[in-house]
Design a protein around this ligand. Sequence first.
Ligand SMILES: NC(=O)c1ccc[n+]([C@@H]2O[C@H](COP(=O)([O-])OP(=O)(O)OC[C@H]3O[C@@H](n4cnc5c(N)ncnc54)[C@H](O)[C@@H]3O)[C@@H](O)[C@H]2O)c1
Length: 318
Amino acid sequence: MKERILVTGSYGQIGTELTLQLRQIHGANNVIATDITPAPEALEQTGPTRYLDVTDPRQVTALVVENKITTIYHLAAILSGNGELNPQQCWNVNMNGLYNILETARRWKVRQVITPSSIAAFGPDTPKEHTPIDTILRPTTMYGITKVAGELLNEYYNQKYGVDARSLRFPGIVSHETEPGGGTTDYAVDVYVKAVAGEPYDCFVTENTTLPFLYMPDALNALLELAAADESKLIHRTFNITGFSASAGEIANSVKARIPSFECRFIPDFRQIIAESWPRSIDDQDARQEWGWKPSFNLDAMSDDMISKLKEKNGAVA
Ligand SMILES: NC(=O)c1ccc[n+]([C@@H]2O[C@H](COP(=O)([O-])OP(=O)(O)OC[C@H]3O[C@@H](n4cnc5c(N)ncnc54)[C@H](O)[C@@H]3O)[C@@H](O)[C@H]2O)c1
């Protein structure tokens, strides 16, 4: 069956790269990139782009019906850092947006809905090491609250209405293509950007703050592989996944090993408390067993690739 794909929040850190990859797989005209900001050139020049505010149910339904959408990658969201600065907006976009997507999927028989969740679904009472899927979910951020509620809403629409809703709890995503959108792990991107630009960096968490991470090529594979997974083999609807865990100091040292002149200071701000409420490492064995999840990048492989891609990009600009 020909797929007709809608990506929401398409111009963000994950959406920009995911949309380009989906266009290569399914054909440019079958992947509609949507967001509420002006489209980046890379997406505007390679296929259809539309304005879509996911908090408006009429806009969501009109776009899905007019374009005969079969699959939705729902990425529109307000992330953890920005969510704490504006919790009301975070609730509105993350919860009402997801509700509008799932309701439209139910009413118009959209075949599949893929929505990222986050390690922010966990909280300070969650076991910190090798955190399993089924554990204490008592987040202390509005973002985390919307992620837990969103996971449950996805599962409800699957069980009650048969919507093929699937979700992944992403750890911090590191990438070089599009700037991160206001999350607690943005420092793990900024550190590379500053180092390659020849500038020092003030990291907003302490040196020993350890979190799980995933490099973007692995994150994109995870979304595509989960979408393609044989439904009869899925026991869960929400999965833990991870690439590797590293402290902010270890990431900075990995950069310094490749760019010896790089200097990093650690000056924690309000995001330190958010980072401390999340697990240090994740158990992703269910994803491995149910749909063959396996990451390719560890910290050093990621550092090599990030630095070489950012150097290429800076060279192209210069
Ligand atoms: N990047 C990470 O490290 C990370 C980690 C865990 C989970 N996630 C999840 O992955 C998904 C995508 O994250 P991202 O990093 O690409 O985020 P991002 O902030 O880079 O992009 C989100 C996009 O949503 C758009 N948006 C905001 N309000 C909207 C609205 N009302 N209607 C339509 N679009 C709207 C923004 O303009 C932005 O382009 C989110 O669900 C996020 O929670 C990301």
